[in-house]
Every structure is written in C-alpha cells, then in structure tokens.
Design a protein around this ligand. Structure first.
Ligand code: HEC
Ligand code: HEC
Ligand code: HEC
Length: 135
C-alpha cells in the first residue's frame, strides 16, 4: 500500500517536471510556432527597392550596361557570386531579371534602343525577354 502511494507520487513528480521543462523550452525559444512565424514574416517581408535609380548612374549605364551584364553573367555562373552591391549600398541579384524588375514597365526600353543602335543581343533566345516579361 505504502509502496503504491510512493510510486504514484514519483510518477506525478516526473510528469510535472516534464510539463515544466516543456513550458520552459517553449518560453526560451519562443515556441516552434512563433519561430516559424518569424521566419515566414522575414521571408515575406518586401525588400524595398528604390526603382527610381538604376544599378549605376543612367549616364554610365548607357555606355556600360553590356559590360556590366557580361560581368554579372561571369560572376554568377562561373564564380557563384550572385549579389551585386551598388556604390550606394543597395543589393541586387546578378541576373537579367533584375533589369526587367525595373525596366519591364516599359517593354520597349531595351528593344527600341537596340533597334535604333542596330544591336541584336541574343540573350532573349534563352532568357525571359523584356517583351514578354509584362505579359
Ligand atoms: C532599381 C531599378 C533599376 C534596375 C534594377 C535597373 N535599372 Fe536601369 N535604370 C533605372 C532608372 C530609374 C533609370 C533612369 C531613367 C530611365 O532612363 O528610364 C535607368 C537607366 C538605365 C539606362 C540608361 C537609359 C538612358 O536612355 O539613359 C540603361 C541602359 C539601363 N538603365 C539598363 C539597365 C540594365 C541593363 C539593368 C540590369 C543590369 C538595369 N538597367 C537595372 C532603374 C533600374
Ligand atoms: C540607351 C540605349 C540602350 C538601352 C536603353 C539599352 N541598351 Fe543594351 N545596348 C545598347 C547599345 C548601343 C549596345 C551595343 C554596344 C556595343 O556593342 O558596344 C547594347 C548592347 C547590349 C548588350 C550586348 C549585346 C551583345 O551581343 O554583345 C546587352 C546584353 C544589352 N545591351 C542588354 C540590354 C538590356 C537588358 C537593356 C534593358 C534593360 C538594354 N540593353 C537597354 C544600347 C541600349
Ligand atoms: C544559349 C542560352 C543562353 C544565352 C544565349 C544567354 N544565356 Fe545567360 N544564362 C543561360 C543559362 C542556362 C544560365 C544559367 C542559369 C542559372 O545558373 O540559374 C544563364 C545565366 C545568366 C546570368 C546569371 C544570372 C541568371 O540570370 O540566372 C546572367 C547575368 C546572364 N545569363 C546574362 C546573359 C546575357 C547578358 C546574355 C546575352 C548577351 C545571355 N545571358 C545569353 C543561358 C543563356
């Protein structure tokens, strides 16, 4: 009889300690659900991109965007370095899609100037073209 009561107390204490430890871990880590919510919030947080400024000055871009794109392709595909940091500290993915992120609002932006300059970049054979980006 005495033994059974002792055993029950031992069991109750073990359960109480387990529950306490669980609540302690929940409070320390903020709980698994709130941690997941925080990660999701960070992933969903819109990255503020100032679309009023190009990745470099418009003047420089006008004459150097081909070299920049070539470098981006090399860095990204060969070196695995996919992030471009501008001189004023903004971060961009080294991808043609980055250009379209801002310039696709005018699908003729790349096309018309190339027509005018009589250059025919072959990039759009494989990459999403500015002409279809907005569709
Ligand atoms: C964050 C937004 C943004 C991104 C990203 C961006 N641009 Fe621009 N770009 C602009 C703005 C704004 C201008 C200046 C206004 C204009 O001419 O439309 C500009 C200007 C230019 C010009 C000069 C146009 C002219 O007639 O003077 C070229 C060329 C250009 N961008 C090409 C590119 C290329 C190529 C990329 C990708 C490597 C790129 N841009 C990425 C916003 C952007
Ligand atoms: C202000 C006029 C202008 C605009 C706008 C413009 N380009 Fe260009 N682009 C040129 C000229 C001129 C050349 C040829 C330069 C040379 O051969 O030295 C060229 C060449 C290129 C080349 C190299 C082509 C090759 O076969 O070597 C790429 C790639 C390119 N442009 C991408 C873009 C993209 C992407 C956009 C739009 C986001 C864009 N350009 C907008 C004028 C422009
Ligand atoms: C024959 C098909 C083909 C042509 C043509 C082509 N590319 Fe690509 N490009 C690719 C492939 C495939 C990748 C690899 C994508 C990846 O790694 O995610 C790539 C990757 C890139 C990247 C790295 C980032 C990204 O967008 O994934 C850049 C920048 C790039 N190309 C620019 C250019 C430019 C500029 C031209 C034209 C002068 C061009 N490419 C022409 C197939 C092509």
């Amino acid at each position: 009889m005495n033994n059974r009561i002792q055993a029950m107390y031992a069991l109750l204490i073990a359960v109480a300690m387990f529950v306490a430890a669980w609540f302690f871990m929940q409070s320390v880590h903020g709980g698994p659900s709130s941690a997941r919510a925080a990660v999701a919030a960070r992933a969903a947080a819109p990255v503020a991109i100032d679309s009023t400024r190009c990745v470099a000055s418009a003047e420089w871009m006008k004459s150097h965007h081909m070299q920049l794109l070539n470098k981006w392709r090399h860095d990204s595909v060969r070196e695995g370095n996919r992030t471009h940091v501008t001189s004023d500290g903004r971060h961009f993915d080294k991808s043609l899609n980055t250009c379209l992120g801002c310039h696709a609002s005018n699908p003729m932006f790349c096309f018309m100037c190339h027509e005018y300059a009589n250059v025919k970049p072959t990039c759009w054979n494989c990459h999403v073209s500015p002409m279809e980006a907005t569709k």
